[in-house]
Design a protein around this ligand. Structure first.
Ligand SMILES: Cc1cc2nc3c(=O)[nH]c(=O)nc-3n(C[C@H](O)[C@H](O)[C@H](O)COP(=O)(O)OP(=O)(O)OC[C@H]3O[C@@H](n4cnc5c(N)ncnc54)[C@H](O)[C@@H]3O)c2cc1C
Length: 369
């Protein structure tokens, strides 16, 4: 039996993928139920290829919004750079509510696979897991998919520092269906992105430079409307149509030297949390999950765990690094620097853009059974 700690996109996908290669799995999740709420997610083609291998791409696309293309834009909405999010075979990226993705993954598992309300307190390299009630479980392998503040990582590898990106992000789901493409508008130290989710909803995110620990006043929507008043009118329309705003400071995890020790490995944000600037955190967790299942099916436990880490580490790290750099550039405040950035973006030849996207989306999908 393989124990997976955490039922986020990474842990749930790992459960589906491992079951597909014949492994018995149990998922321990601290929350009382699988999260039905949350913000939106962009699943790019690399993640969709992995979900295709699990025969879930169609369900995910149907439940979300097929994203054929995306753009980076000026605050007034005029495009700086356009990108195709569609593969040669017609598969596209997808905008989807987190809760919807969780439901689809959860429903792909037998009913008793996920145990909610179990918070893992400690894990040892030989596969012994102890929860906060003191209950002990012994697994053949343990996958720490418990997110950026991973208890599994802390127990097995010690405390690892998070890096503060000095930026904060607001997110919301607007009751608004006037958006049909992914678009991120970049101003001076301010960004506003919007992604259609289908079902009359649009997910948006807003980023500003800020020291960690800041809070909003009683009316965050009014504050955001004020802050983004120079942006195109659609931004204001999305903000007014939003019933609830979430706010989180942005962090990532400094690259780890090792993810695997004995019968324990890390997956997703627990292994390589990145800033959200590339929209790849959950996508990389999904890649991890399918690669892990392929390696375990070929090599068993524990060898498959080390092979998974070897296969994934360099690629995941490259996203951590690029996401950090992109965030720094996207949050420039100096008007001259911003003008030069925008000029560079608008002059990027299409062939260069296509080559970059091919590197992101060109994943090798392992054979699963
Ligand atoms: C503002 C923002 C926007 C983003 N946008 C995108 C995007 O568009 N596309 C994209 O691909 N990524 C995006 N990401 C990144 C994405 O959210 C994460 O990378 C992704 O959720 C990681 O999945 P995970 O399964 O590794 O971890 P998580 O989603 O963090 O899940 C971890 C799970 O483990 C559980 N858990 C934690 N501790 C314990 C414990 N001790 N015991 C039991 N259970 C535990 C938690 O309750 C949780 O359910 C964004 C992130 C942010 C902050």
């Amino acid at each position: 039996m393989i124990g997976i700690i955490g039922a986020g996109p990474g842990g749930l996908t790992a459960a589906v993928a491992l079951r597909r290669v014949g492994c018995a799995v149990e998922v321990l999740e601290q929350a009382p139920t699988i999260r039905a709420a949350g913000a939106g997610l962009t699943l790019q083609l690399n993640a969709m290829r992995m979900l295709e291998a699990l025969e879930l791409a169609e369900a995910v696309t149907r439940a979300g919004y097929a994203l054929k293309s995306g753009c980076s834009a000026r605050p007034d909405g005029s495009a700086l750079m356009r990108m195709s999010l569609t593969g040669a075979d017609g598969l596209t990226g997808v905008g989807i509510l987190r809760g919807t993705l969780s439901r689809i993954l959860h429903e792909a598992l037998p009913a008793d696979t996920v145990r909610c309300g179990v918070r893992v307190a400690s894990v040892s390299r030989d596969g012994v897991v102890i929860d906060s009630q003191g209950v002990e479980r012994v697994y053949d392998a343990v996958i720490g998919a418990d997110g950026i503040h991973s208890a599994v990582r802390a127990a097995v590898f010690g405390e690892k520092p998070l890096r503060d990106a000095n930026a904060t992000c607001w997110r919301g789901i607007a009751d608004h269906d006037g958006v049909d493409t992914l678009c991120e508008r970049m101003g001076h130290g301010l960004r506003f992105g919007s992604v259609p989710m289908g079902g009359g909803k649009t997910y948006w995110f807003a980023v500003a430079n800020a020291a960690p620990g800041g809070t909003d006043g009683a009316d965050p929507v009014a504050e955001l409307r004020d802050r983004f008043s120079d942006f195109e009118p659609l931004v204001d329309a999305l903000l007014v149509a939003t019933p609830r705003v979430m706010r989180h400071d942005l962090y990532d995890l400094a690259p780890l030297d090792v993810w695997t020790a004995g019968r324990v490995t890390l997956l997703g944000d627990a292994a390589h949390a990145m800033t959200p600037n590339l929209g790849q955190g959950a996508c990389q967790a999904i890649e991890d999950a399918v690669v892990l299942a392929g390696a375990v099916s070929r090599l068993g436990v524990p060898d498959g765990l080390s092979r998974y880490e070897e296969t994934r580490k360099a690629r995941a790290r490259s996203f951590v690094r690029r996401s950090w750099t992109l965030g720094a550039v996207a949050q420039w405040e100096n008007p001259v620097a911003c003008w030069l950035r925008n000029l560079g973006m608008s002059w990027t030849p299409e062939v260069v853009m296509r080559r970059q996207l091919a590197a992101v989306y060109g994943v090798t999908v392992p054979q699963l059974g």
